[in-house]
Design a protein around this ligand. Structure first.
Ligand SMILES: CCCCCCCCC/C=C/C(=O)SCCNC(=O)CCNC(=O)[C@H](O)C(C)(C)COP(=O)(O)OP(=O)(O)OC[C@H]1O[C@@H](n2cnc3c(N)ncnc32)[C@H](O)[C@@H]1OP(=O)(O)O
Ligand SMILES: Cc1cc2nc3c(=O)[nH]c(=O)nc-3n(C[C@H](O)[C@H](O)[C@H](O)COP(=O)(O)OP(=O)(O)OC[C@H]3O[C@@H](n4cnc5c(N)ncnc54)[C@H](O)[C@@H]3O)c2cc1C
Length: 648
């Protein structure tokens, strides 16, 4: 699509779809006020608008051409966007919030996203003060372009079995980095393939023949002069993915690559000049970067889900299809209860996830400050909460985005709907930064310890007090006698706590019984893994309806009470349906950020679908070259055969 048309494409039209306009006129609340709450404050809304103007005045951030781009072009666009953000960050001295916001406005569609998502945070968290003074300026001025290389071809989850080695050579005061086997090559790290010139490599530290476990090392990959790989380094792209193809996820093989001893990150441990290994702080402090990214992923979950909900809600009030009674006007599909059941949970969960991310981020900031001051008391609880919430929220996002896609019928399957790409780019959230089933188990492990404490009356961690309150014999009955009771948040919280108490202590009991029967601990754990994972998962009415089994199979709700909850859920959906459009408008997503013909603010869906169809590369010529190469021959042969047949 020519640049001029591209600009026309995104310019909001004064002609707004009448159904959409009517929905906005009947809002029961002040949308702008809610937008300020979502942004965090009026100032943050103002800041977001400033950044939108900055980014979207740049052609590279407006381009609708991405729908029919080749991988190399997608990658190069992603590099260009990265560099734009880096230049603005340096020029305007953006803080982390501004950078994260700008990255979000670019849909995180930036090739070198790891520079600020992991590389710089890892240096801030894992380097000694001397190393920070040396490396941070080089990373913040983008001389060092970096990645976080931990996962290998053969291992991603099980860090203990990572094979890359860093062997200390006391003669030359260096570490020798090696990828000893094919499965040990680093595989997946973002921006590793073609962009990065430096990597933080996680490797088994070997000193005088002894393995001191996994430690981070700063490894130069490419020449700072001409970007060619340095001696002993083989590096490249691992190939196209389902989405996120602007990112050059790469492989890295190291053969006897020598780095100075000072390149071992030394905040939490060091190797002295004479080869002594000294460990400092907590054993798992080197895992700090993973905890941070898990918290970020809960934010990305909100962002992806609010995008999907906005498109699905706006399209569902614009789209009219079929009538409830013959002869009547076709219905807005959002008036079908089944459509509400598909789309409104994504809207509800978007708000729930926004608030949950905020709460988790506050916990993270507080615990991180403690750890930087040497107090690691709450690290285990943070690890549990960040693992469980990253797993649960990414799982729900993937499920609900797929439902939003299905709710948009055939047009939801078009790339121009934006939802397919949203599903594909959010899909890896259940895998990255710790595969979900593994992280749920980490949370379950911590939960089991809290149960053990509650059972003997010892104090339990702040987030798990329900294990005590729900265990007392005089715990209050759950008061759900009518629909109004189902709207009482304290009552719903009590329902969840009651259920959680039963599921968690039930899992603990099964585990304990298995171990007491003589089964070894790790076998008992595996045999009860599903119960343990369930113990680590749980949102309001819809959550109860969806997970009926856990609320009915435990002494939580009677069947009658459960039916009341179901009725209340449908009643709540009808109420939310009235304000569904103002509720998604409050996310205030610029059309360029949403990148969807179905979700555009003006609701001119059909004109936009048709306009975007023109950008299809197949429409460059009226008759496609494939006709002349292949189809014409087929038709001519057919005509010849028919002529011959008619002569018979
Ligand atoms: C928008 C779309 C963009 C989408 C694109 C976005 C791309 C983002 C970039 C992605 C980057 C990556 O994926 S980077 C790679 C991410 N990789 C991972 O996350 C690997 C996952 N695996 C792990 O974290 C570990 O192997 C884990 C499963 C926890 C097991 O750890 P270990 O074997 O070392 O130890 P365990 O025996 O299980 O646990 C020992 C103790 O350590 C504690 N422990 C374990 N991990 C801990 C941690 N992180 N912080 C604190 N404590 C921890 C446990 O609770 C135990 O405590 P006690 O019970 O008290 O003993
Ligand atoms: C888009 C993307 C970006 C990435 N970016 C980076 C990056 O920048 N840096 C980096 O280092 N890595 C990165 N990764 C790698 C990512 O961290 C790993 O894919 C992830 O840790 C899972 O490891 P794995 O792929 O080896 O799967 P495995 O660990 O082999 O697991 C495979 C499957 O086995 C099952 N499983 C494994 N272990 C257990 C268990 N203990 N209990 C129960 N089931 C289990 C699970 O179903 C799991 O899905 C990225 C991956 C993707 C997809």
């Amino acid at each position: 699509m020519a640049a001029a048309n591209r600009d026309a494409f995104w310019a909001p039209s004064s002609k707004v779809n009448p159904d959409l306009a009517r929905e906005r006129e009947s809002a029961t609340f002040d949308v702008r006020e809610l937008t300020h709450i979502i942004d965090g404050s009026p100032d943050r809304t103002k800041r977001r608008k400033e950044l939108e103007n900055l980014l979207y005045s740049e052609p590279v951030f407006r381009d609708v051409g991405r729908l029919s781009m080749e991988r190399d072009e997608i990658y190069e666009q992603g590099v260009l966007k990265s560099i734009k953000l880096f230049e603005w960050s340096r020029k305007y001295k953006w803080d982390d919030d501004d950078f994260e916001l700008a990255s979000r406005l670019a849909n995180h569609d930036i090739s070198m996203s790891l520079q600020h998502a992991m590389f710089i945070p890892a240096i801030e968290r894992l380097a000694s003060d001397t190393q920070k003074a040396k490396w941070l300026p080089r990373a913040l001025h983008y001389e060092m372009i970096g990645t976080y290389a931990q996962t290998e071809l053969g291992h991603g989850t099980n860090l203990m079995e990572l094979e890359t080695t860093a062997t200390f050579d006391p003669e030359r005061n260096e570490f020798i980095m090696n990828s000893p086997t094919v499965t040990s090559m680093k595989w997946w790290p973002g921006a590793l393939g073609k962009s990065s010139n430096t990597a933080i490599v996680l490797a088994q530290l070997i000193v005088k023949g002894k393995n001191h476990g996994l430690h981070p090392f700063l490894v130069p990959l490419r020449s700072m002069e001409d970007h060619t790989p340095l001696p002993g380094i083989s590096v490249g792209d691992i190939g196209p993915k389902m989405a996120l193809n602007c990112i050059d996820n790469g492989f890295l093989i190291m053969k006897n690559v020598r780095i100075p001893r000072e390149n071992m990150f030394m905040k939490n441990a060091e190797v002295t000049r004479d080869g002594r290994f000294i460990s400092r702080g907590v054993d798992k402090a080197n895992y700090a970067t993973m905890v941070l990214v898990r918290v970020k992923i809960t934010r990305w979950a909100f962002e992806s889900l609010s995008d999907g909900a906005t498109t699905a809600v706006r399209y569902s009030v614009v789209r009219r299809q079929s009538s409830l009674k013959p002869g009547e006007r076709e219905l807005q599909v959002l008036d079908y209860q089944s459509q509400q059941y598909k789309v409104l949970p994504a809207l509800a969960a978007s708000y729930a996830f926004l608030m949950t991310n905020r709460s988790l981020h506050r916990l993270y900031d507080s615990v991180h400050a403690d750890i930087m001051a040497g107090n690691t008391k709450l690290l285990a609880e943070l690890h549990c909460q960040s693992s469980a919430l990253k797993a649960y929220m990414s799982e729900v996002v993937v499920q609900l985005l797929e439902l939003c896609r299905q709710a948009c019928g055939g047009h939801g399957y078009l790339a121009s709907s934006g939802i397919g790409l949203l599903c594909a780019s959010s899909a890896p959230l259940v895998t990255v930064e710790g595969e979900n089933s593994v992280l749920y188990q980490q949370a379950a492990r911590y939960l089991m310890k809290q149960v053990a404490k509650a059972v003997v009356g010892d104090p339990v961690a702040s987030g798990f007090q329900y294990l005590l309150t729900q265990s007392s014999s005089d715990r209050p009955d759950i008061r759900i006698q009518n629909l109004a009771d189902c709207g009482n948040l304290d009552t719903l919280l009590q329902v969840y706590q009651r259920m959680a108490f039963s599921v968690v202590t039930g899992a603990a009991r099964k585990l304990q019984m298995a171990i007491e029967s003589g089964v070894e601990q790790h076998v008992a754990w595996n045999n009860n893994m599903v119960s343990l994972i369930q113990a680590a998962r749980f949102y309001a009415l819809h959550g109860i309806a969806k997970e009926a089994g856990y609320f009915l199979a435990t002494p939580t709700l009677t069947p009658d009470q459960f039916e009341l909850v179901r009725a209340a859920e449908l009643q709540a959906m009808a109420k939310v349906r009235h304000d569904a459009v103002p509720l998604v408008d409050a996310f205030d997503l610029h059309d360029i950020c949403l990148h969807s013909a179905l979700g555009c603010y003006d609701g001119n869906v059909y004109e936009r679908l048709y306009a975007l169809a023109q950008t299809s590369s197949l429409n460059k010529t009226q008759v496609h070259p494939a006709y002349y190469k292949h189809i014409r021959g087929l038709v001519k042969d057919g005509q010849k055969q028919l002529r011959q047949q008619s002569k018979l």
